[in-house]
Design a protein around this ligand. Structure first.
Ligand code: BG6
Length: 491
């Protein structure tokens, strides 16, 4: 399966979590607070994002023990050119310069992730204070530059020790160990961090980490016998998310903002008419990934038709699990790169997902079809289809890979990335202008980094990294984004 294949399944109506009258009132207030034409709302969060294993390096330093990605990337054949995150961008040692890059860019928000194997190297048990100290240093430097830290507690690099102990996400114990690590982290960093994200993109370490009939693309890279086993890893990850929400709220010394980050399947009506929009709403919640992960976390219920489709492959769910999974959130982080076109259809589910043609415009990644409207629809459908118009959302990742090279003058003219970002941001501005509760935008990524199984062959940064010297060179897109932030509008 490709990195972001759309998984189709039967559609269903929405899981309304709000009374229609209240939803309408919330929308009227939002419309009254619309930004000035062409602009983003006052106080809009402009940000940039990275993740621990992709940038930090220092894999064996200050007590960090291996994550599943260390072993996976060190296994021959798993990543392009056998690349690993051993050194990555050496951010562990260069974080001060990297914060300076953020400050010069003008962002007031930075999303990074905390490496579980730095804080609790064995996955459970003793806390490694030296690992905590790194994040204290990083966060203090951010705060010194007036940049708000947004910390993701798991961006795929779970401790290898738990893989050896019980097969990571195959075991329910993983959720409990994750919650304990979260408690330890928030106890130590909660005085400095108020914005927490539990888990980044559940599908990328479950569906892509456990393969039926072949080695999957991502760590831990475990081959399993049945689809049910894969579904069980998803259930345990959702449970871990819910338990982490409870753990954060219990441990945080101050009021905090808790989110889940999902790379939902964004559906776009192929023609913006009422019938295709209706069909798109059905597809958004009825499609398997959204229906069994996003909808479950936001409403505490599985989408019944998506669930029914799993049949005998549905995971075992214990009484009370759904209440834990559906813990109230303060906001939702949406990682948004691409989308799918949907049209109304005279079939049982009432929609059809259109195939993407070979000639469809793409960024420099096989799965990355350029679908700018997908960002507008993702924001809108959280309210219109999932039934959560009350829930503030922000874009926690958006960006693209491009074939970046240094020009003879030492610059990077990534005009394709500027085009991509500009087109998507125009659509995000449309969502804000129409009153949808979109709070911010984190560009992915501040700098080129270890791109998982693609190693260092793909570059998503707005800053070029020369991996031989670790020199950072702001690209044209960095200059463009800097100006957008300054003027609070798309340029
Ligand atoms: C996001 C991940 O899904 O996509 C990032 O959160 C990742 O970590 C980005 O770098 C780019 O996609 P890919 O396919 O290269 O992982």
């Amino acid at each position: 399966m490709q990195r972001r294949d759309f998984i189709t399944c039967a559609g269903l109506g929405t899981a309304a979590a709000m009374l229609p009258g209240a939803a309408e009132a919330a929308r009227r207030t939002a419309v009254a607070m619309r930004p000035a034409p062409g602009r983003f709302p006052e106080g809009f969060w402009w940000g940039a994002a990275t993740a621990s294993y992709q940038v930090e390096g220092a894999a064996a330093e200050d007590g960090r023990k291996p994550s599943v990605w260390d072993t996976f990337s060190h296994t021959p054949g798993r990543t392009k050119n056998g690349d690993t995150g051993d050194v990555a961008c050496d951010h562990y040692h260069r974080y001060e310069d990297d914060v300076k890059l953020l400050a010069d860019l003008g962002v007031k928000h930075y999303r990074f992730s905390i490496a579980w194997p730095r804080i609790v190297p064995d996955g459970r048990g003793a806390v490694n204070e030296k690992g905590v100290d790194f994040y204290k240093r990083l966060v203090d430097t951010l705060l010194k530059h007036d940049i708000t830290p947004h910390a993701t507690l798991l961006h795929w690099d779970s401790p290898l020790a738990l893989e050896d102990r019980y097969g990571s996400w195959r075991s329910r114990e993983m959720a409990k160990d994750f919650a304990d690590y979260v408690t330890a982290t928030v106890n130590r960093l909660g005085d400095r961090i108020q914005y927490w994200m539990t888990i980044n993109e559940i599908m990328c370490f479950t569906i892509l980490g456990y393969g039926v009939g072949g080695v999957p693309q991502h760590a831990p890279g475990t081959v399993v016998k049945t689809r049910k086993e894969v579904q069980q890893t998803i259930h345990h990850a959702l449970l871990a998310h819910g338990m982490a929400v409870q753990a954060i709220r219990a441990a945080s010394p101050t009021r905090c903002n808790v989110s889940l980050v999902e790379n939902l399947d964004s559906c776009v009506p192929v023609i913006e008419t009422p019938e295709h929009i209706e069909a798109t709403k059905k597809a958004f919640v009825g499609e398997e990934r959204n229906g069994t992960m996003l909808v479950t976390a936001l409403t505490g219920k599985h989408n019944p038709q998506a669930w029914a489709k799993l049949g005998a492959d549905a995971p075992d769910v214990q009484p009370g699990d759904l209440d834990i999974i559906g813990q109230p959130l303060d906001s939702l982080g949406i990682n948004l790169y691409t989308g799918n076109y949907v049209r109304a259809a005279d079939n049982k589910q009432g929609y059809e997902v259109l195939p993407m043609r070979e000639s469809y415009p793409k960024a420099n990644m096989p799965w990355l079809n350029i679908v700018p409207d997908s960002i507008y629809w993702a924001v809108r459908l959280i309210g219109d289809a999932v039934g959560r118009p009350d829930l503030p959302v922000y874009i926690s990742e958006n960006g693209c890979a491009s074939e970046d090279v240094l020009s003879p003058s030492g610059e990077v003219f990534d005009t394709d990335r500027v085009m991509y970002l500009r087109s998507y941001l125009r659509q995000l501005q449309r969502a804000a202008a129409e009153g949808y509760p979109v709070k911010g935008y984190f560009q992915w990524s501040l700098m080129d980094n270890f791109e998982w199984s693609c190693g260092y062959t793909k570059r998503f940064g707005i800053t070029y990294v020369d991996y031989k010297t670790q020199r950072r060179i702001p690209k044209l897109s960095y200059r463009w984004y800097q100006q957008v932030i300054r003027e609070n509008r798309v340029l």
